[in-house]
Design a protein. Structure first.
Length: 528
């Protein structure tokens, strides 16, 4: 197959779609001018987005965790120059920044206004046995089970669970299969788990540090990136082996493309951030009708899945928003008073601590003070920080109503209460602008599932198309990571385009005796 004469159509401009475009050029030798990427929103990046300005306030819906063994990610970004220096790759910049600002939290948990330095795990003998057993069980025995189906109720009161759930965004109603994968995939991080050691960070937010450099590189190569162009429909042949056409909306109306057997189509399934809604300092987010947008990513997957059971079961993941939602908030301040206070309180300079979780918060609220500036256009005098509540449906402890019904000002009041700021709150948070963001589908990828609920990247019989993103099946790897999306892109491109390359090998620390021994010691001793 001569890829130089084929067209490639990429549906979805998130990190999976962007990575697919890079790999098509770099490794599959596609002509960049024959690659078309369709994104429904005005910007690419998918869930790795950032927006705003110092006057109206900045917004980051969320960010993904990085660590040293994200081989697919670092392989991809090694060939992408940073925007501030074309001689430095994004991979080099992440690694350099991680050495400059080393993560080691001195205040991972806060309880009753007091910081907890390197909290003990508080696991019972039963909890320890269940954790060790989980990492050894096969996935077949755990199909469809939730975390709360597997663990005893007392487990969810432990410091280990509070740290685990807020670091990875797990809830008791989520899939125990996914928790098992996380236990195995990140076993090597357990010795520094209660200080968040081993975590890598980008110099700026992930949109500015990763998405913008990739998009800049792609446009310079000649890739056609079509934003504000939601794909409405994808047509298949009767056997579900060939994509025959793509229908999308543009500024000129509804358009369609005929796809040949020599062309290649890459489709990102689902979306973690569909139906996200912003609030303001004085108003909570308006809860959206999640069935109102019939052109969203979930509707498209449902349309695709109607052609064949091999294309997955989207309704397994989307629907129960109580189990899949949380609320994040971004705070912008024209001064550094709150940062000065938090650096003294946590014993961490901004950027070196990571999540600070308020253990007894009804919302299970956490905040992160990133290294400043966090946005490419952020003035020196402006400071921003991010936070989220894992259980926004619950009542607050000071603001006696659900977080999802609370304004930005009320969220800051709740934060001040847990920090015991008292009369200092007005001075430290003066002129702060807190913008809440409710994300009903943010942890859909964690929902309990069975075999075949997620489709293969290249379904059996597929000739000219592949699926990518968080809702495809990649054995052993962990969803809700940039690594998973990029691995799906590698699997799709290398498998569909007749290259001699294979996906970057998965780091298998759970098979290394030294890693297992250190992890076992941490669990049995209730901490490092």
């Amino acid at each position: 197959m001569n890829n130089q004469h084929s067209h490639a159509y990429i549906v979805g401009g998130g990190i999976a779609g962007l990575a697919t475009a890079v790999l098509l050029i770099r490794d599959a030798k596609f002509a960049a001018q024959r690659i078309h990427l369709f994104e429904a929103r005005r910007i690419t990046g998918g869930s790795l987005d950032a927006a705003g300005n110092p006057d109206d306030g900045y917004v980051v819906r969320g960010g993904r965790m990085f660590e040293a063994h994200f081989g697919c990610t670092f392989d991809l970004l090694e060939g992408i120059p940073t925007l501030h220096d074309p001689h430095i790759s994004v991979t080099e910049d992440i690694q350099s920044f991680t050495q400059e600002i080393v993560t080691s939290s001195r205040s991972r948990l806060v309880a009753h206004g007091e910081r907890q330095d390197a909290p003990r795990y508080e696991l019972s003998l039963r909890d320890k046995w269940n954790l060790l057993r989980l990492s050894q069980l096969g996935e077949e025995a755990l199909q469809g089970l939730t975390i709360e189906n597997y663990f005893h109720p007392g487990f969810f009161q432990s410091a280990f669970w509070v740290m685990w759930s807020t670091m990875f965004a797990f809830k008791p109603c989520h899939s125990v299969v996914e928790m098992r994968r996380y236990m195995r995939r990140f076993m090597h991080l357990l010795p520094g788990f209660n200080r968040l050691e081993g975590i890598h960070r980008t110099r700026l937010n992930q949109f500015d540090s990763i998405v913008r450099p990739i998009e800049h590189w792609l446009r310079n190569q000649g890739v056609h990136i079509h934003t504000d162009c939601p794909v409405r429909d994808i047509s298949f042949d009767a056997r579900g082996q060939h994509v025959q056409g793509i229908s999308f909306a543009s500024s000129t109306g509804r358009e369609s493309i005929q796809v040949s057997g020599a062309d290649r189509v890459f489709i990102t399934l689902g979306s973690m951030t569909d139906d996200s809604v912003l609030g303001s300092m004085h108003h909570p987010p308006e809860i959206a009708d999640t069935h109102a947008d019939h052109a969203g990513a979930w509707s498209l997957w449902r349309q695709i899945a109607s052609h064949s059971p091999k294309f997955g079961r989207p309704d397994v993941f989307a629907g129960d928003t109580t189990c899949t939602q949380w609320l994040s908030f971004t705070v912008t301040m024209p001064h550094g008073k709150f940062f000065d206070h938090m650096q003294g309180f946590t014993h961490n300079v901004a950027g070196s601590g990571g999540l600070v979780t308020f253990r007894h918060s009804g919302w299970l609220m956490s905040v992160v003070l990133a290294h400043q500036p966090h946005f490419s256009d952020q003035p020196d005098y402006v400071h921003t920080f991010w936070g989220y509540g894992l259980h926004p449906e619950r009542s607050g402890d000071h603001i006696r109503k659900p977080m999802l019904e609370s304004s930005g000002a009320e969220i800051l009041d709740e934060l001040a209460y847990h920090l015991r700021l008292g009369e200092e709150a007005d001075a430290l948070l003066h002129d702060a602008n807190c913008i809440p963001c409710l994300m009903p589908n943010i942890t859909t990828q964690f929902m309990p599932r069975k075999m075949n609920d997620r489709p293969e990247v290249i379904p059996e019989g597929a000739q000219n198309f592949a699926f990518t993103g968080q809702f495809v099946e990649l054995p052993e790897d962990t969803v809700f990571t940039v690594e998973y999306s990029i691995r799906s892109a590698q699997t799709a491109v290398y498998g569909l385009c007749a290259t001699d390359k294979t996906p970057t090998p998965l780091y298998r620390g759970f098979e290394k005796p030294s890693v297992v021994r250190r992890a076992l010691r941490c669990i049995l001793n209730n901490g490092p």
